[in-house]
Design a binder for this molecule. Sequence first.
Ligand code: GLC
Length: 490
Amino acid sequence: MTFENFFEIMTKKPVFFRIFILCNKKTIKVLKFKVSDVIIVVDKQISEKIFNNKRERFFMSMYEEKTARTEWFRNDRFGMFIHWGIYSIPARGEWVRSPEKMSVEEYQKYFDAFDPKYYDPKKWAKIAKNAGMKYAVMTAKHHDGFCLFDSKLTDYKATNTPAGRDLIKEYVEAFRAEGIKVGIYYSLIDWHHDDYPHYGDAIHPMRENEEWKDYKHNFSNYIEYMHGQVRELMTNYGKIDIMWFDFSYDEMRDEKWEATKLVKMIRSINPDIIIDDRLSMAVSNGNMSFDYDTAPYYTGDFKSPEQVIPVNGLKDAKGRAIPWEACITLNNNWGYVPQKTGYKKSKDVIRMLVECVSKNGNMILNVGPNAKGEIPKESIKILEEIGEWMHENDESIYGCGQAVGFDKPEWGRYTMNGKKLYAHVFDRGISSIMLDGLKGKVKSARLLSDYSEMQFSEPFFSKNNPTAIYLNIPEGLPDEKDTVVEFELN
Ligand code: GLC
């Protein structure tokens, strides 16, 4: 059935019309009206687009719709976060202006000097691809308000720095060319815009500056600017896969951002885009108190726990698993810092990724390129090592999720994809590895890195646990970062 047929059928009913009012496209309210009543179809254009685009979504609940929309995202599991801007010059983190209470004027020297002569996002895209990352999200504007993209609504943008060009355009094109899905990070907060609250705000660099005390902000002016920039990002760069807003705090949240209107606008341009949860206050480590079907329209498609992996994954109030993505830094900062210390080991990062997947989550791993436009060498090295592991073991990540029915084992973690169960062995222990509950359920077992057959043993104590099987692992572990054994279940 096409939208036109559907529309026709509905309008030809003789006595009672079933009038479908498409409210903000997520719910359909079916009402009965008399013939004399007026047919109302709110925003026919939007409904038509959604109907034709994903017909089945027409009758979905919000939870089902979010599940459908995030299908690729939940499959891909691993992404690259890129924090880059003029803050790479002071190199004290992307928040530098806030703790140092630095004015726009003092910060101007970094704008004037921004000249990233080695910026080549094709290189970044290759690094991401080789690491096994399937999507990326890059900061188009961070809290400092500086725009890496060519916005018509401000002069505070890369095109007016010595860089002299739209750096987001190049990023989007380069990553797409490598088959990597592209996301845009956009800061709701703006420390450059005059109409964003300064004095008395919790985090603004000018929060204690008396000169701003009596300044009359026109916040709706800022909202118009912010919505306008988001519209530019949605229209000027082809299909964007993820919109990553950051972040809400105090009363700066929800409808203060005119969130419903904003998300409606985004979805009218790009119905399939995945949007994060930070238009509202982000909850990082616990289950949601709300039901995904009745939550506000602008509720995120995924949760975004920061620098933490939720203990048991995340669920909504009805106990349904909801998509989430842990955002994690490689060192201790998002933006570039020159310190060579504080970097995580590739082994730890791999295990974090596995942990996320074992709890139905994603991981987006950050790089903070320097002022010349290069990803730090230390980060590249870690990403290469992750890439080597992914090359051998990515089947235990992509398309995988929680191994339902199997508790977290003592020696590591499980991930699962259909009938394939993946044992991620972190700790060999002292003898063969016990897998409880698998007796009689396994068809075959192989080492994922080279598809070589794995064998089982029957140690003398196996009688004590008749539901377990015991896996032989050679001396040491074949891969001390994470040895993955694939079981094909009956
Ligand atoms: C935070 C920080 C920010 C960073 C982000 C990434 O909320 O303000 O600097 O961009 O998280 O998750």
